[in-house]
Design a protein around this ligand. Structure first.
Ligand code: SF4
Length: 223
């Protein structure tokens, strides 16, 4: 059972990206990622040995404070958070934030989908990577798909991922799985990448199944 996790930082802010952009959220950034994206904006989080192992109780104590101060959900991010087994962490968040007058805190996760699922989530954001494709579980069960656009090949990858999701739904008879219509598809231009912006905007203009996601927290200069 995992009782300690390597923690880069935890903070209360606004969700900057995707469907929940603009909402009050508490972020838990776990250390460790082996995916190795060249354009990664959290490279400092890759080496988990650089960060202290913090007890999940201590992390959840901060989640509880943020909730009292208005956070609507917590977002587990990284690094690649599913490099760690999060079964006990998620279970403990649910147990420790449940009150007589309130439901437990909602848990969101942001993942590249390369590791096996652990933990249970109210919202899964899949951000698949071209050089390290996601497991089929995430194609079926993610609520939103967010593809980072830096170059033309990323658009081709986005098209291919959407096709792969349709194929998964055709092959899968899994009950309670989200339907493919429930999913929300985003292209998100790489930060400061003019080519990425132009490619993403043009594609979304011509493909109404897709939406543009912007890193609004970076424009606002907040975390
Ligand atoms: S998966 Fe995420 S954290 Fe890991 S290298 Fe890629 S962008 Fe960075």
């Amino acid at each position: 059972m995992t009782n300690f996790l390597p923690l880069v930082e935890q903070f209360h802010s606004l969700q900057g990206e995707g469907y929940h952009a603009g909402k009050s959220a508490f972020f838990v950034r776990l250390a460790g990622c082996k995916v190795g994206c060249s354009w990664c904006d959290t490279k400092h989080s890759w080496d988990e040995k650089k960060y202290p192992s913090i007890s999940i109780k201590k992390i959840i104590d901060k989640i509880k404070i943020a909730r009292k101060e208005g956070a609507s959900f917590c977002v587990i991010t990284g690094g690649e958070p599913l490099q760690h087994n999060l079964d006990n962490f998620c279970k403990s968040i649910k147990q420790m934030t449940m009150g007589a007058k309130q439901n437990s805190m909602k848990i969101h996760i942001e993942t590249s989908g390369v590791n096996s699922i652990s933990g249970t989530y109210d919202w899964i954001t899949l951000s698949p990577k071209r050089h390290s494709p996601p497991k089929n579980y995430f194609l079926r069960n993610s609520n939103e798909i967010k593809i980072i656009i830096n170059e033309k090949e990323d658009i081709e990858f986005a098209i291919q991922i959407k096709k792969e999701i349709s194929k998964q739904f055709r092959l899968s008879k899994i009950e309670n799985s989200l339907t493919k219509e429930d999913k929300i598809y985003y292209l998100q231009p790489g930060w400061n990448n003019a080519n990425g912006f132009s490619l993403a905007i043009d594609f979304v203009k011509n493909n109404p199944d897709w939406n543009l996601s912007l890193q609004t927290h970076k424009y606002l200069k907040i975390k």
